[in-house]
Write a protein that binds this ligand. Structure first.
Ligand code: ZN
Length: 95
């Protein structure tokens, strides 16, 4: 998971997760106060982990004929992707 590029303090999962909710709000390090912003790649990663698996499941993989079941599971998959995202998304020190 992302660490502070200045002092190597580990950012918490919830801190990064909350940043997503506020349209990728910059994260401030609790220890040294340096601001970190999400990278373009980081934003793409969030999309790749949430929207893409949901669409792939919905269009190609769903074994269900029921559209509501398919949508519900698709949403569940995107929520799981969203929860995994803080572990892989990269932030960089703001200059
Ligand atoms: Zn720091």
């Amino acid at each position: 998971m992302q660490k502070c590029e200045n002092c190597n303090t580990q950012f918490s999962w919830s801190k990064i997760f909350k940043s997503f909710w506020w349209t990728y709000k910059p994260i401030q390090c609790d220890n040294c106060g340096v601001i970190h912003t999400i990278t373009t790649l980081g934003r793409s990663t969030v999309t790749a982990l949430t929207i893409v698996p949901m669409l792939v499941f919905g269009y190609f993989l769903s074994p269900f004929n029921n559209i509501f079941v398919t949508i519900s599971i698709g949403i569940l998959i995107s929520i799981v992707g969203f929860m995994i995202a803080p572990f892989v998304v990269r932030y960089k020190k703001q200059l």
